[in-house]
Write a protein that binds this ligand. Structure first.
Ligand code: FAD
Length: 476
């Protein structure tokens, strides 16, 4: 079967990967000249990489880790010490660590919380643990139901001390969803927490050893093309063309650089584009169908990714850090955490600015000035005094609409990968899968889409011997 996939982010590429595994022929049409979507990266004039987002991988990413294994690139994941590190707003420059011992879950996480005395008192810890009990005991079903509440509302209902919110959950919520606890659905952080509490290495963090475009997307492209698929860039989908019965007749691709528009046809069609783009390209007749109407409730959230190159080393921490500051979310010194970006003498801090709605339209200069002010509190030893570190250069990457905004009630708007239109499917981290708007979610969605296509009546033709079933092992 020929399958046309619009969108060459992780979901589109994963879908293509699992389709070739099943003996089909996917053709990916990516609008930009670079693959990866929200993980895309570029080199500047000095040969330094800059990225759409600071990305980390968790131990609790079974589908992503399986993909790395299947591609034979597991050695590209640089696993860090099992610890979560937070800045302390009241003690500038001082870090607080939750070191997770190498013992079974959930005792390992409980130990890490008990041993940390910087952030919570004993009473706060006990009330926090009691508040979490229903989520742990009643499992994911309960967690899904909590989508009706914002995280802050849920914490209040559970009688959890407000300090737990300001100390832990603002940081977690900003890191996971780029919005604050009063805006985020309780389901999101509870889902992540549940994974961390159930898996010994669930909260262990890895960095990729280089840019995601080269080190992750390219092997996916090679895998697909070596097995008969195609991955084409600068091929934006302009319109979804329909037959009289509402099924897809073809994809109309916009011709770039003076080229004519072209129509491509296939046996099945996939949108692996962001939900905001899919909404714009939604054919009129489909807007009457409830399945597609629900997608109106989804919208990408703004986020900004910053890169600051300094004239000296700012830290020796080889890990992701939670800034716990108003403007910034997580950050890392990529000159330490990532092999390809390594520099023994100078730091490159990569930082996520979130929530970004008030900043997305501001100039790069204004954003960097505000960031430097905040960094002076995170790195007082380097950015204040007689000989402060010099900012050599910076890069600001703005994404006005990134992953879907995970506000309360969104779960009901997330569509399945199979749609009511027989030959049309959806992939993307916004589609329904339990890993939320993440790389794991994107890969799992692509895999589920491939599985939906393989199991659809479209693929009723006999399966040849070398076809492998699409192994969607982990919805857990
Ligand atoms: C700043 C930031 C930090 C993040 N950090 C993490 C992290 O640490 N860990 C984690 O797990 N996740 C993280 N994420 C989330 C993760 O990057 C996404 O969930 C995931 O990459 C989404 O993949 P996708 O394929 O679903 O969508 P996308 O990556 O959005 O892919 C969609 C693709 O469709 C293409 N497209 C758009 N319009 C068209 C068109 N008309 N025709 C053809 N193609 C089109 C786009 O160019 C893009 O390539 C982060 C995201 C950001 C922005």
């Amino acid at each position: 079967m020929r399958v046309a996939i619009a969108g060459g982010g992780l979901a589109g590429l994963a879908c293509a990967k699992y389709l070739v595994d099943a003996g089909h022929t996917p053709i990916v049409y990516e609008s930009r000249d670079v693959l990866g979507g929200l993980v895309a990266a570029w080199k500047d004039e000095d040969g330094d990489w800059y990225e759409t987002g600071l990305h980390v991988f968790f131990g609790a990413y079974p589908n992503m880790l399986q993909l790395f294994e299947e591609l034979g690139i597991s050695d590209r994941l640089q696993w860090k010490q099992h610890t979560l590190i937070f800045n302390q707003p009241d003690k500038p420059g001082v870090l607080s660590r939750f070191d997770v011992p190498d013992i079974p879950a959930p005792i390992n996480i409980i130990f890490s919380i008990i041993r940390n005395n910087d952030m919570l008192t004993w009473e706060q810890k006990i009330r926090f643990a009691m508040g979490l009990l229903p989520a742990i005991v009643r499992g994911q079903k309960y967690v899904e139901k909590m989508d009706q509440y914002s995280l802050l509302e849920w914490l209040r209902l559970q009688g959890v001390d407000e300090k737990v919110n300001t100390d832990i959950f603002i940081a977690a919520s900003k890191a996971l969803t780029f919005i604050n606890p009063e805006d985020v659905s309780a389901t999101v952080p509870l889902t992540a927490l549940n994974r961390f509490l159930q898996e010994r290495y669930g909260s262990k963090i890895a960095f990729l050893d280089g840019s995601p475009t080269e080190r992750l997307c390219q092997p996916m492209v090679d895998y697909v093309t070596e097995r008969g698929g195609e991955v084409l860039t600068k091929k934006p989908l302009k319109q979804i063309l329909l037959n009289d019965d509402g099924t897809v007749r073809g994809f109309l691709l916009r011709g770039l650089d003076g080229a004519e528009d072209e129509i491509v046809t296939a046996d099945a069609y996939v949108s692996a584009m962001p939900v905001d783009v899919m909404k714009v390209l939604m054919p009129e007749p489909w807007k009457q169908i409830e399945f597609f109407q629900k997608m109106e409730g989804l919208e990408g959230v703004p986020v900004i990714n910053l890169h600051l190159w300094f004239d000296r080393k700012m830290t020796d921490v080889d890990q992701l850090l939670f800034s716990r500051s108003p403007l910034l979310s997580v950050y890392a010194d990529m000159s330490i955490t990532c092999e390809e970006y390594a520099n023994p003498d100078r730091s490159m801090l990569e930082l996520v600015l979130a929530p970004a709605k008030d900043w997305i339209d501001q100039s790069d200069e204004a954003i960097i000035a505000a960031t430097m002010e905040e960094l002076a509190r995170l790195f007082p030893q380097h950015l204040t005094g007689d000989n402060p570190a010099k900012l050599l250069k910076y890069k600001v990457v703005k994404t006005p609409r990134s992953v879907y905004t995970a506000s309360p009630g969104r779960q009901a708007c997330r569509p399945d990968q199979a749609t009511p239109v027989e030959n049309f499917f959806l992939a993307g981290s916004y589609t329904m899968q339990r890993y939320l708007g993440s790389m794991e979610g994107a890969v799992l969605s692509g895999k589920l889409t491939a599985q939906a296509i393989v199991n659809s009546p479209l693929a009723a033709a006999p399966v040849s011997r070398d076809r492998r079933p699409v192994g969607v092992g982990s919805q857990n």
